[in-house]
Design a protein around this ligand. Structure first.
Ligand SMILES: Cc1cc2nc3c(=O)[nH]c(=O)nc-3n(C[C@H](O)[C@H](O)[C@H](O)COP(=O)(O)OP(=O)(O)OC[C@H]3O[C@@H](n4cnc5c(N)ncnc54)[C@H](O)[C@@H]3O)c2cc1C
Ligand code: FES
Ligand code: FES
Length: 452
């Protein structure tokens, strides 16, 4: 059962709205709180794509859960700025804003705006909502790390939030009722692909909630190897101190992927196994030569992500195997990495074409190169010929143009809703050039810009 249906039809909490049921509009946003080092960490999520089985022992906050005797200051700010008109989107916005108040994010206006990036409003034109967010940001000045204590003391959210850590601790001591280990079930990570594509069928499916298994979570470093649990979410990845240390542009990359409530639940294993030719993290990790660990719960085997895709939505994976973790070599000071994506909208959209590159440099010589690209063939692609061509050569404009020409021989884009095949070829060349322009800002780029 979906969390949205549970909330509305079993709990009769009708403040959570149904808009698209596809993760796009944010009308169904709730907060999911879970224990993290004794405190409860709250993240916004689209309840229309969240299976109830993924939120066992977690605290779910709907819009009713942020109500106080009078309007709370978040609701008051929306009223004062005329941030609500027809009101259909308003509960989702209020919940996302409450999530921002409870989060460990720096209380800046920019972060406040980012917290509602998954909420769509068709009435207000957003300016009034932006003004509400200015007021809310001002309320959070001097917010310490224990956000729950702060927002309850200040009367921004109800006092009961401070009791939740103790309640969740008690719950975590109960035996976990979920049956997680039966073979031949449909694996579900965050559900952000499955519930969009097979919404009806999921009601009757026999599900293994791999996305809720704590042993499949986490990011660790051993030497220069970084290991990531298959059920780790995009938000957990972007917040990891390890990832932030080695990928200084990680916020720029991740904000191009879906929206905050989707990133909060979408997992890496789900992105790899969905096998969409434009899956952003498949492209990201193809360039980093990630190795996957597949297991059926008893035996394990490793396979490079580069060998995982066998054809359109065909994988080197048995039905009973799931991705438990994957690992890759962290970029050192000689390694340059970049990710580029073009979509019809900059945010909350899937790619027309995306690409990543990893280059190991010795002065101006490229000693190792990996280029990947999505949207230009039936699977996420590792461009082996272009990568090989770049190895051992001195960086120059001519070299880059030649590499884009070689890349063109490795791809077979089709025309679809995201652009014609010809347009996608053009995008691929421009994005590969874009990698070099970004990574080598001193490079003479006159020709790169003009030659297609
Ligand atoms: C509004 C919206 C915007 C989106 N935007 C983007 C975007 O910008 N870029 C992008 O790349 N994607 C995007 N997506 C797609 C989706 O969010 C990602 O592909 C996500 O990473 C899927 O992960 P999940 O855990 O939700 O997958 P799920 O839906 O849970 O599963 C997807 C597939 O993976 C399998 N699976 C899940 N976990 C495992 C496991 N551990 N082992 C084996 N198989 C497993 C499932 O059986 C299923 O076949 C978007 C989706 C939505 C709804
Ligand atoms: S109903 Fe639109 S995001 Fe859930
Ligand atoms: S107020 Fe009508 S959709 Fe936002």
């Amino acid at each position: 059962m979906l969390l949205l249906d549970f909330v509305r039809y079993q709990q009769n909490l009708k403040g959570t709205k149904i808009g698209c049921r596809e993760g796009d509009c944010g009308a169904c946003t709730v907060l999911i709180g879970e224990l993290d080092n004794g405190q409860v960490k709250y993240r916004s999520a689209t309840s229309c794509l969240t299976p109830l089985g993924n939120v066992n022992n977690k605290h779910i906050v709907t819009v009713e859960g942020v109500n106080m005797d009078d309007l709370n200051p978040i609701q008051q700010a929306m009223c004062e700025t005329n941030g609500t008109q027809c009101g259909f989107c308003t509960p989702g916005f209020i919940v996302s804003m409450a999530g921002f108040c409870l989060s460990d994010k720096e209380p800046t206006y920019k972060n406040a705006i980012a917290s509602v990036d998954g909420n769509i409003c068709r009435c207000t034109g957003y300016k009034s909502i932006e003004r509400a967010l200015e007021k809310i940001t001002a309320l959070l000045e001097d917010k310490p790390s224990d956000a729950a204590a702060f927002v309850t003391e200040k009367g921004i959210l109800p006092a009961y939030f401070t009791d939740i850590p103790e309640k969740l601790k008690l719950l975590s001591e109960q035996p976990n009722g979920a049956d997680l280990a039966k073979p031949n079930k449909l694996f579900i990570g965050g559900g952000t692909d499955l519930y969009v594509q097979q919404h009806e069928a999921m009601v009757y499916a026999d599900i293994d909630f791999v996305g809720a298994k704590p042993e499949l979570k986490g990011i660790t470093q051993q030497g220069d190897i970084c290991t990531i649990g298959g059920a780790t979410t995009v938000s957990e990845f972007a917040a990891s101190p390890i990832i932030r240390k080695y990928f200084s542009n990680i916020d720029q990359f991740t904000k191009l992927v879906s929206s905050t409530p989707i990133r909060n639940i979408a997992t890496f294993a789900g992105n790899f196994v969905n096998a969409s030719p434009i899956g952003d993290f498949s492209i990201f990790f193809l360039a980093l030569n990630a190795i996957l660990e597949l297991t059926d719960g008893i035996t394990k085997r490793n396979i490079p992500l580069r060998q995982f895709y066998k054809g359109y939505k065909q994988l080197d994976k048995k039905p009973e195997e799931y991705i438990s973790k994957f690992w890759f070599t962290l970029p050192d000071e000689k390694t340059l990495f970049n990710f580029e994506k073009v979509s019809k909208r900059t945010h909350l959209d899937i790619a027309s074409v995306n690409t990543a590159i990893s280059l190991v440099m010795a002065g101006s010589i490229i000693t190792d190169a990996s280029v990947s690209a999505g949207g230009v063939g039936p699977t996420p692609a590792y461009l082996s010929m272009a990568s090989e061509f770049l190895k051992g050569r001195v960086i120059s404009e001519k070299l880059i143009i030649k590499a884009t020409q070689i890349a063109q021989t490795e791809v077979s884009p089709i025309s679809d809703a995201r652009g014609t095949g010809q347009y996608k070829r053009l995008l691929l060349s421009q994005l590969i050039k874009g990698h070099f322009i970004k990574l080598f800002p001193d490079l003479e780029v006159k020709q790169l810009i003009s030659v297609v």
